[in-house]
Design a protein around this ligand. Structure first.
Ligand code: G3P
Length: 217
């Protein structure tokens, strides 16, 4: 499973990228706002760091304007994936931009039917939002599984990008189900390294070597 990092914070992207943890980056208008940076400037800086797909989201709601914004975002770098919302206008923009050879990430997907439409419109990625479905007492991971099954039934090559990931369990289950990509905040990616038995075992090893009075250097 590919790891995308869901942030517009340059330092965090750089740190994870140096460890080989970043296959791509996703941003959205809320993350841009949180960064306090200009959307074009910060997206360009991210593309200078990361060679994989960098999703940058349009802000228009009407297809022609989305296409114009998408073309402008695509000028930033070759690895831009233009992010459009899963609306009828977004699907029109997805088809037009995909036909031009641009990577397109169709976001805010909350149903299998929406995912089917994204695939038919030529999306490179579809982003089902797990956490936001969980927030309203539905099961976001069920949606990932259903999309996986249906895409495989018909051989769609749109990649399932599990998004709105809030927990390490979302990551595990997305991988078990077969999501192609997951995008998570840096804090969740770092949490994947944590295990209480690792901490307990390390504490015992450190105590034993100290009591043995030994040092390597
Ligand atoms: O990738 C989409 C993501 O940014 C949304 O996450 O936690 O705001 O639902 P969240």
């Amino acid at each position: 499973m590919k790891f995308f990092v869901d942030t517009a914070e340059i330092d965090e992207i750089r740190e994870l990228n140096e460890l080989g943890m970043v296959d791509g980056v996703t941003t959205n208008p809320s993350l841009i706002r949180k960064s306090g940076r200009d959307i074009i400037d910060v997206t360009r800086e991210i593309c200078d760091i990361v060679s994989g797909p960098v999703s940058a989201e349009v802000t228009a709601t009407e297809s022609e304007q989305m296409i114009a914004e998408g073309k402008k975002l695509a000028e930033i770098a070759d690895n831009i994936a233009i992010k459009v919302p899963l609306t009828w206008d977004g699907l029109k923009a997805c088809k037009a931009l995909s036909d031009l050879g641009q990577m397109v990430n169709v976001t805010l997907c909350f149903s299998v039917n929406q995912a089917l439409l994204a695939a038919k419109a030529g999306a490179t990625f579809v982003s089902p939002f797990i956490g936001r479905l969980d927030d309203i007492n539905l099961d976001g991971l069920d949606l990932i599984g259903d999309i996986r099954l249906i895409y495989d039934n018909y051989g769609y090559d749109t990649q399932i990008l599990a998004a709105s990931i809030r927990t390490v369990n979302h990551v595990t289950q997305s991988a078990l189900i077969g999501a192609d990509v997951m995008t998570a905040p840096p804090s969740v990616i770092k949490s994947l390294a944590s295990h209480p038995l690792t901490d307990k075992g390390l504490a015992a090893f450190l105590s034993d070597i100290e009591q043995a009075g030994q040092k390597i250097i």
